[in-house]
Design a protein around this ligand. Sequence first.
Ligand SMILES: NC(=O)c1ccc[n+]([C@@H]2O[C@H](COP(=O)([O-])OP(=O)(O)OC[C@H]3O[C@@H](n4cnc5c(N)ncnc54)[C@H](O)[C@@H]3O)[C@@H](O)[C@H]2O)c1
Length: 253
Amino acid sequence: MAALDGRVALVTGAARGIGAAVAGRLAADGAAVVVLDLDEASGKATVDAIEAAGGRAIAIGADVTNAEQITAAADQAAEEFGSLDILVNNAGVTRDNLLFKLSEQDWDTVIGVHLKGAFLASKAAQKHMVAKKYGKIVNLSSVSALGNRGQANYSAAKMGLQGFTRTLAIELGPFGINVNAVAPGFIVTEMTGATAERLGITPEELAARSAEITPVRRVGQPADIANTIAFLVSDESSFITGQTIYVDGGRRL
Ligand SMILES: NC(=O)c1ccc[n+]([C@@H]2O[C@H](COP(=O)([O-])OP(=O)(O)OC[C@H]3O[C@@H](n4cnc5c(N)ncnc54)[C@H](O)[C@@H]3O)[C@@H](O)[C@H]2O)c1
């Protein structure tokens, strides 16, 4: 029997990058997976890959900052597959700029997707988890929570998620729900590709520079995060809650 047989997982921002890798891994471990992203079509490739590998998944188009949409998505997940056991709050955006150039809009967008998005999705999911007295929530923080030039908005959101994680762990623990965060370092995705573009170098150059100053001498891949999350949503980690696990090859910025 696979570790997540009979479980149902909802992964936000799962059309590509880390979210797609997490969705694929949880499906491979036996979970039925809801691939949620801004539009349904963009999540379909993740669903196709899961189905091709023999797994079960559906795509839902929703914006995590929209309470109605995210609540409907959580309810649909539970209806379609019978429960909602696992939530991975992964959807994210960057709008980098130095403080004096950072617009109010870019502040609101980043805080909105990461913090409000995780709040709304967790609130929608906990209803199903509390009823079953079982659940796993994982929030995506970042090493940028510790401070990163040009990312005041993103850093605030990612450190905010660590406090959010600790608080949900306290509130939801008595209902059999574990809540943890994973804080990735440099992971090769379109998000880090966009950072390279902003710095005027290629994604490969940025990855090579990062690898040089990372103790394990490589950058991370989406699978590194998926492996960690697979553990955190399994029953092997049921005494771990409220934690933030840095998955960064030893590099703290
Ligand atoms: N790549 C890294 O190095 C890195 C490092 C630390 C943390 N993270 C975090 O990991 C998560 C995934 O990052 P990634 O690199 O895979 O990013 P990505 O940009 O490749 O993918 C993010 C996905 O989120 C979706 N999304 C954005 N806003 C959304 C919204 N409002 N509603 C629903 N979906 C939305 C996007 O459409 C996209 O598919 C993010 O939370 C990011 O902040 C990434």
